[in-house]
Design a protein around this ligand. Structure first.
Ligand SMILES: [Zn+2]
Length: 250
């Protein structure tokens, strides 16, 4: 592996304090895939780049590769989110955590980078819950975990009725092939899943979503992501608390 410094556009997924004055961060870059790095001295008040290293920031950055972890040399802002409301932050954190869990370091995937930029822009403009679910489904597709929805994953018959979603088979299972311990998946939930996978983020069209289908899709999606990554999502707890609060307010 080359030890020369490299430059890339990055999108910050997660930041945490490190030692006394440093920051540890994970980002997704345009040309180098996921990168974990240390920004030394980033927490000093006078650090010129320290304040730029925050969740969901888009930066142009230069790194020095290390044996165990890369080091940030310098960076400048491409786009810094304005004050993010707590709901946007909660949904944004779910997208960021799933991205981190589904991707590997040193595996460039420009499609994922572009998807993140579009998704975070849309979070401020459209229904955050729908944008998040659509982004997670698109991430699964980009990372090679496309849910199989065109036919039953076991008998390959066309889907015409309500059925199930098999985590192990990674797709729809008709009622005849199901053992019974799979997750329920109605034909409308399957259609919603397809609509959200194909949603055009450059000009998102409006469509009607029913609450029951949305909840069924969420249940399938989060269990499928857990099944593929074997990592539970910490950000979902926070989102759950936020959603409770909003539900109580209505
Ligand atoms: Zn079948």
């Amino acid at each position: 592996m080359s030890k020369e410094a490299y430059q890339d556009d990055i999108f910050i997924l997660r930041v945490q304090n490190w030692q006394t004055a440093d920051k540890y961060a994970v980002c997704f870059s345009r040309s180098h895939g996921k990168i974990a790095f240390i920004a030394f001295g980033a927490r000093y008040p006078r650090s010129t780049y320290g304040r730029l290293i925050q969740p969901f920031a888009q930066l142009s950055a230069q790194f020095t590769p290390g044996a165990r972890i890369d080091t940030l040399r310098q960076c400048e802002s491409l786009f810094l989110p304005e004050t993010v409301d707590v709901e946007t932050f909660a949904y944004g954190a779910v997208i960021a955590e799933v991205t981190e869990n589904l991707t590997s370091e040193q595996e460039p995937e420009e499609e994922v980078y572009n998807l993140l930029l579009q998704a975070y822009r849309l979070l401020g403009e459209r229904n955050k819950r729908i944008v998040t679910l659509s982004t997670l489904l698109k991430l699964l597709v980009c990372c090679g975990f496309t849910p199989e929805l065109t036919a039953c994953t076991s008998c390959h018959e066309e889907i015409t009725k309500d059925g199930y979603f098999s985590l192990a088979q990674g797709g729809f299972l008709c009622a005849k092939c199901a053992i019974g311990d799979e997750l329920r998946c109605s034909i409308n939930t399957k259609k919603l899943m397809e609509n959200l996978i194909n949603l055009d983020f450059t000009k998102p069209q409006d469509f009607v979503v029913r609450g029951g289908e949305l909840m069924q899709l969420e249940q399938i999606l989060y269990k499928f992501i857990l099944y593929q990554t074997d990592k539970s999502l910490k950000s979902l707890d926070f989102l759950g608390q936020i959603q409770d609060q909003y539900t109580k307010k209505v």
